[in-house]
Design a protein around this ligand. Sequence first.
Ligand SMILES: Cc1cc2nc3c(=O)[nH]c(=O)nc-3n(C[C@H](O)[C@H](O)[C@H](O)COP(=O)(O)OP(=O)(O)OC[C@H]3O[C@@H](n4cnc5c(N)ncnc54)[C@H](O)[C@@H]3O)c2cc1C
Length: 406
Amino acid sequence: MTSTQQYDALIIGGGPAGLMAAEQLSGNGFSVAVFERMPTVGRKFLRAGIGGLNITHSEAYETFMARYYQRSTDIEPLLRRFGPADLRQWCEELGIATFVGSSGRVFPEQMKAAPLLRRWLERLKRNGVTFHTRQRWLGWDESGEAVFETQGNSLKVSAGVTVLSLGGGSWRSLGSDGAWQEPLQARGIRCAPLRPSNCGFNYPWPAHMPSESFGSPLKHIGLSLGGWQQCGDALISRYGIEGGLIYAASHLLRDAIEQHGTCTVYWDLLPDRSKSELTSIINARKGDSVSNTLRKLGLVDGKLALLKALSEKQQMLNRRQLPALIKALPQTFHSTRPLDEAISTAGGVCFSELDESLMCHQYPGLFCAGEMLDWEAPTGGYLLTACFASGVAAGRGARNFLQAKR
Ligand SMILES: Cc1cc2nc3c(=O)[nH]c(=O)nc-3n(C[C@H](O)[C@H](O)[C@H](O)COP(=O)(O)OP(=O)(O)OC[C@H]3O[C@@H](n4cnc5c(N)ncnc54)[C@H](O)[C@@H]3O)c2cc1C
């Protein structure tokens, strides 16, 4: 059975980007409807709040902008209209105070996403936004109406403007699966292939690697590749390496693997000690066993397991080579973990397809926002900030478009 509905504004995808677009459109006398395939909206947003919702970052604007790598010039105009400070102000207006953590990252005081989302949805509903869940968007029919599949039935929706805010392609269980690429490409809207971002990397650990090493944290460890160098935390997992530090390098590593089939990184197991310092400590302990010396240096648990897994026994026993190994332990990767496991997605709708209000050049009245656009950023609040900002831009653009038609 097929039924038809009509709205002034149709938002497809109820994540932060879509809800922000709905907010810009609401309260202007337009009928605004959010359609979402899951039983509830904002599932990835809620998941992001587990362990602390890092909503934005407090660093200087120029530094912040550089986090969007080669897409900085596309994201900059969006953040100029709704940047990190505006986002914090917006949270305050919802009654959610934010604070700057020691790393400069910004969190809501309660740390979670749920209280913010609850208040936000209440406000949207008060402003007349309607929510239609368990509605999976499939594409458009030949007359341009949006087609939804809902529990075996089909629904068609016509609207004055449509905002697509369908998310990336990771964590499919939370709703965004990247299936939107097909209908968009069928319409001739160019999309860059979806790739994992902020992701882990596969590594075939040697058979002698003790199973208790899997899950071991690598605290305060250095990582370098090419000219890139950073200190942070990572994690040894059964399949390879996970965690914040490798996520931060993941765009470079992924790109290098795509280009060359392989990429070697170098771990600095003791970033606070220089190579010459290590040389004199190791030489001064000649009477001691190598394993005792390593333990005294603090190379235990995860770091020791990494050293043993990535070097030959002979290298470790060679006291002349040991300092160099500790300061630059090589590891060669050949592949990322699957897209579904990544924190976020690179690739998506190309900015060249969109005007400054994120409206498709080819389809006046069709807007795109959020992670489905072709950009990426590290973790640290940059992902959500750009999703909110693009939702604001698309929502305001859609509102102006409708108002111009009145
Ligand atoms: C574990 C984890 C932790 C994270 N932590 C942080 C963090 O602390 N800080 C940060 O900045 N970012 C974080 N992120 C990233 C952030 O959550 C996302 O970038 C953000 O949610 C993307 O917003 P969006 O609105 O573009 O897409 P989404 O939030 O993915 O929303 C898209 C919506 O569209 C719906 N949808 C998809 N396809 C269809 C369809 N065919 N029909 C109808 N509806 C559809 C989906 O169900 C979903 O509700 C985290 C991500 C993960 C996975």
